[in-house]
Design a protein around this ligand. Structure first.
Ligand code: MG
Length: 265
C-alpha cells in the first residue's frame, strides 16, 4: 500500500535481528501468495473473488492480513479488504467488489500486506490480462525496472533521496511517463506505514540516512499520461486524472550491514 503524503510520522523505527527474521517469513509468504493469486487473475473473475482467495491463503498460513481494517491517517473508514486491486487508470488502493469483473486487455495491480507475528511486509505487482498494447507492455516493464533501479540505489550511509533520484532519472530516460507524486514508498514493519517517505522523484529533500535495521517499501507508480492523480469518492481508490493507464510494483527491502535484501522476492 502506498503512503499518502498527508500521513503523520513518528520517526524512523529500526528493526532488530529478531524482527528481521520475522519479516523474512512475512515477505516470503506474501510473495508466494501474490504469485498464487496472480495465477487466478483471468477474464471473468471478480476482484472480490480474488480478495477472498488472498484472505484465505494468508489465514491458512497462520498469518494476518494487515490491510484488512487498517485505517490510514486521514481515511474516513478502515480499508475493507485483504488486497488492493486497481485496474487500468486506477493507480492504487482499488477496493475489491463483487461487480468488478476482470476483462481481457486489463492491466491489474495487486497490492497487499501480510503480518507475521506482528511484523508486516508490503508487496505489489502489475499483471497484463491477455493481450495488451506494446505501449502498455513497456509501461509495465519500465515500472518494474524502476523498482529494481531504486533498490540498487540503496547503500548503507547513503540517503533516501538516492532512491528517489535513481527512480526518477531512470523513468525519465525511458520516455514521457508520468510519475505519481502524491503517493510514495515508505518505512514498514511494525505498521503498514512508517517513516520515512520514499518518494519516486526528487522532492528536494535529502531524507534520512540509510542505516542497517531500516525497512523500506520501494514502490514506483508510473502513468502513461501525466503525473496527476485524484482520489475517488470511495476515499481509497486513486485514478489518473487524464484516464490513462498506470502501473505499480513494490518490494519490501531490509537494510543490513551487508547491504540491501529484498524480502518479498
Ligand atoms: Mg506500500
Amino acid at each position: 500500500m502506498s503512503n499518502n503524503k498527508k500521513n503523520s510520522q513518528q520517526g524512523v523505527r529500526l528493526k532488530s535481528e529478531e524482527d528481521i527474521k520475522k519479516l523474512r517469513v512475512a515477505g516470503s509468504r506474501l510473495a508466494i501468495i501474490m504469485k498464487e493469486v496472480s495465477d487466478h487473475v483471468k477474464p471473468g473473475i471478480s476482484t472480490a473473488e480474488l480478495d477472498k482467495i488472498f484472505y484465505e491463503l494468508i489465514i491458512k498460513g497462520g498469518d494476518t492480513p494487515a490491510l484488512l481494517n487498517y485505517q490510514p491517517y486521514g481515511a474516513d473508514y478502515p480499508y475493507p479488504a485483504t488486497v488492493c486491486i486497481s485496474i487500468n487508470d486506477e493507480v492504487v488502493h482499488g477496493i475489491p467488489d463483487d461487480n468488478r469483473i476482470i476483462k481481457e486487455g486489463d492491466i491489474v495491480k495487486l497490492d497487499s500486506c501480510l503480518s507475521h507475528e506482528g511484523m508486516i511486509a508490503d508487496h505489489a505487482v502489475t499483471l497484463a490480462v491477455g493481450e495488451i498494447t506494446e505501449q502498455e507492455k513497456k509501461l509495465i516493464e519500465v515500472t518494474k525496472e524502476a523498482r529494481s533501479v531504486g533498490i540498487r540505489a540503496v547503500k548503507v550511509g547513503g540517503y533516501v533521496s538516492d532512491i528517489s533520484k535513481a527512480i526518477e532519472e531512470y523513468i525519465m530516460s525511458q520516455g514521457d511517463y508520468g510519475i505519481v507524486r502524491i503517493l510514495s514508498g515508505h518505512g514498514v514493519g511494525y505498521a503498514v506505514h512508517e517513516e520515512p517517505f520514499v518518494p519516486n522523484y526528487d522532492d528536494g529533500m535529502k531524507g534520512p540516512k540509510l542505516v542497517p535495521g531500516m525497512v523500506l517499501a520501494i514502490e514506483p507508480m508510473v502513468n502513461l499520461g501525466s503525473d496527476d492523480c485524484e482520489l475517488c469518492a470511495d476515499g481509497y481508490t486513486f485514478v489518473t486524472e487524464d484516464g490513462q493507464k498506470s502501473a505499480h510494483f513494490e518490494h519490501t527491502v531490509v537494510i543490513t550491514e551487508k547491504g540491501v535484501e529484498i524480502i518479498t522476492a
